[in-house]
Design a protein around this ligand. Sequence first.
Ligand SMILES: [Zn+2]
Length: 329
Amino acid sequence: MDEDPYAAAAEAGIHRMAIPTPFAVGRVNVYLIEDDPLTLVDAGPNSGSSLDELQRQLAGHGHAIEDIELILITHQHIDHIGLVDIVASHSGAEVAAIDHLVPFVENYSEAAAQDDAFAMETMLRGGIPADVAQALASVSLAFRAWGARVSVGRTLREGDVVELRDRSLEVAFRPGHSPTDTVFHDRDRRMLIAGDHLIKHISSNPLISRPLEGDERPKALVTYLASLRATREMPARIVRPGHGEPIADHAALIDERFAMHERRADKILGLIERGPRTAYEIAQEMWGNVAVTQAYLTLSEVLGHVDLLIDDGRVGEEADGELVRFAAA
Ligand SMILES: [Zn+2]
């Protein structure tokens, strides 16, 4: 290897600030880009302790919240957007986000409520028992305050370039993990700021989310794999993710993810070939009785892989009232 990609990131004036969250994922990476304008990528969840920690870490780099001039948003999840509005209102920073994301964050409460209704419908169709679905809906409602509405001052589009004094960040839309994932590519430094699109230590679960455009049932994993294929072709030397450590060989990691999803789809096909099953039944056979809070994640995993099998013509869908079962084609 010609040079150390980690050193290159530090030299480029990008500092990772790991901010605590109340979620299973642990800390979220907020990036400070020392440039003109002084830029933050994401801001952490909406909580006093997260704000304290953000202030403390900014101070460690010689800055205050008030100094931030631009905030870029990677995607709609509350561990990333919750503090954006507070930071923007304290600093006067301009908030920039991709067009697909703007209606969601600007109407956060309504959007979150619609997401919960969509999730409830998805869980019941998937065969999750009503009491479990209800418990999950309560958890989601309790978490809603960790997000917050954001006013976006600058709408970005795929292919736009955000020009800072010392760098240019190309905007690319990479939906899948959420419907609004956006990555920022510094082509000169071959550095990609990727949010949760690619994470080193965990696969970025492509959550089944309410479609933000149109009303077709979203195929999150199909969409996600297409996004990964596009990212794989990018000449990045280092990827800076929304959680965990930097990624030095993104193509190899993406290939691992492709192989993992293929194995998982094959395993799920094996179960479906034994007889028609709901997504919830498949999830239980795959992972046993997981914690209630993980039930939507595992349901999303199953539905994502079943979508791959449906697209390949290997599995079909059978409706039984509200319930959907999957059967070998
Ligand atoms: Zn996320």
